[in-house]
Design a protein around this ligand. Structure first.
Ligand code: TYD
Length: 216
């Protein structure tokens, strides 16, 4: 197990569909926490380590990626996560840092489990194996309807959308339902925020929840 006892640091993961505004909210929360004297690091999944970046390339940018089966996808995402936990997250928590993670194990539960329909038992077991006992203190789910996230994605000046972003709208309805289900089931860990509100409003809601839950 990567952690022997409850570490001094705290971990907050952010979840939601592409285009939900997670990364903006992560940097705003990082600034707030730093103002409160906290030492903050941010990580992103898949990636965040050299091995993780290589895995990310295989999953996201592989031109033949459409042929990748859901099982392979799950194992690659969780492999990248296992590396990130041991190389970056657990050491930072032991040092008392605040770790803000752009996606974590709930992404596998929702994308590979619920949206790509892999059985929930094995997905949970593989996730647990990958993260050991390093669980987020708080998970912020930024909720936006698929139509909104799709419209935001189209506005981004990028080349051809990558493999994951080419999924159809039904897939994103399942992703959203999956996140809403997690928010209902895991009220002790999960906070649901309305991502259709303004950046400032979402950030305020996140900060209020974080302050209450972490006693800041
Ligand atoms: P990325 O370009 O990093 O998108 P985002 O900014 O939305 O996080 O691509 C990550 C993609 O991988 C995204 O479509 C979600 C997907 N994903 C999974 O399907 N399972 C996972 O476990 C993780 C971490 C991500």
């Amino acid at each position: 197990m990567p952690l022997k006892e409850k570490p001094a640091g705290r971990m907050i993961s952010f979840e939601g569909p592409e285009g939900s505004g997670k990364s903006t909210q992560i940097s705003l929360l990082a600034t707030q926490l730093q103002k409160h004297g906290k030492d903050v690091i941010t990580t992103r999944e898949p990636g965040g380590t050299e091995i993780g970046e290589q895995i990310r390339n295989i999953i996201v940018h592989n031109s033949k990626g459409d042929e990748m089966c859901a099982e392979t996808e799950l194992l690659l995402f969780t492999a990248a996560r296992a590396q990130l936990v041991r190389e970056v997250i657990a050491p930072a928590l032991v040092e008392g840092k605040y770790v803000l993670s752009d996606r974590y194990l709930d992404s596998s539960t929702v994308y590979q489990g619920i949206a790509r329909k892999l059985a929930s038992g094995p997905v949970a077991e593989i996730n647990r194996f990958a993260v050991g006992n390093v669980m987020p203190d708080i998970t912020v789910i930024v909720d936006v309807p698929p139509e909104v996230s799709m419209a935001r994605l189209k506005q981004r000046v990028t080349d051809l959308p990558d493999r994951m972003e080419r999924q159809n709208i039904d897939f994103y309805h399942k992703v959203r339902e999956g996140y809403l289900l997690l928010a209902k089931q895991m009220t002790d860990r999960v906070i649901l925020v309305d991502g259709t509100k303004s950046i400032e409003d979402v950030s305020k809601a996140v900060w209020e929840h974080v302050q209450v839950r972490l006693g800041l």
